[in-house]
Design a protein around this ligand. Structure first.
Ligand code: ADP
Ligand code: AMP
Length: 215
């Protein structure tokens, strides 16, 4: 099964993807995490992406499509994958469908995580993450056991530069203009399942498991 998690920044895609990938046996591919790893490694791709990411706008479609197809084509993804943060434009979705069709594959379900801008803003401005293993926390909603330290590896937690309020506002504008049209795109293809993502992490996990298991 190949799944897409759709939703605004801060909807909880990364939080849920880790759990869902584990229970469904899928490879979790987050375009944002892949880009941040490329930046950290100072690759050409990372350097190309950094200015777009810092401004809260999208990295060009051709760059993202090539990057994501490289990961989707690896043997680890052959048992099914869970996409988080990709596709983010209709052009990316069309490119993905075309390339998957050439391999005889398809997207089976698009879980659309619906949550208000005010909620995601609160989530993003309180987000902390572990720079070593990527685990996501929130200072109020999912605090670490020891302040400022990852529960799993003890590393010092950090904030994302693009979670500053000004950049969050731009990322939400980008989402409404460029990514929201994907709801109609996937609805027309009969794969869209919208779920209420405004509840607790556990409530959202239950809704996602339910729609994925029903397919
Ligand atoms: P996304 O990957 O969609 O940008 P994240 O999974 O990184 O979102 O979550 C954004 C922030 O919101 C994190 O700080 C996370 O701990 C918190 N969060 C995730 N899901 C929920 C939820 N259901 N309720 C409250 N906070 C949440
Ligand atoms: P995220 O971690 O999903 O919030 O993504 C962080 C940033 O990476 C975004 O604001 C974009 O600049 C870039 N990015 C991630 N995924 C994509 C994508 N599918 N298309 C274009 N840019 C992306």
């Amino acid at each position: 099964m190949n799944v897409v998690l759709l939703g605004p920044p801060g909807a909880g895609k990364g939080t849920q993807a880790v759990k869902l990938a584990r229970t469904l046996g899928l490879l979790h591919l987050s375009s944002g995490d892949i880009l941040r790893a490329e930046r950290q490694a100072k690759t050409q791709l990372g350097r190309q992406a950094q200015d777009f990411m810092d401004r809260g706008v999208l990295v060009p479609d051709d760059v993202i499509l090539t990057m994501m197809m490289d990961h989707i084509s690896r043997p680890e993804a052959s048992g099914g994958f869970l996409l988080d943060g990709f596709p983010r434009t209709v052009a990316q979705a069309e490119g993905l469908d075309e390339r998957l069709a050439r391999k005889g594959a398809r997207i089976d379900i698009v879980a659309n995580m619906v949550v208000e801008d005010a909620d995601v803003t609160r989530r993003l401005t309180g987000r902390w993450s572990c720079p070593v293993d990527g685990r996501i926390y929130h200072e109020i909603y999912s605090p670490p056991k020891a302040a400022g330290r990852c529960d799993d590896c003890g590393a010092a937690l950090s904030r994302r530069k693009d979670d500053e309020p000004d950049v969050v506002r731009q990322r939400l504008r980008t989402y409404h203009e460029e990514t929201e049209p994907l709801e109609a795109y996937y609805k027309a293809r009969g794969v869209l399942e919208s779920i209420d993502a405004s509840g607790t992490v556990e409530e959202v996990t239950d809704s996602l498991q339910r729609v994925c298991r029903a397919r």
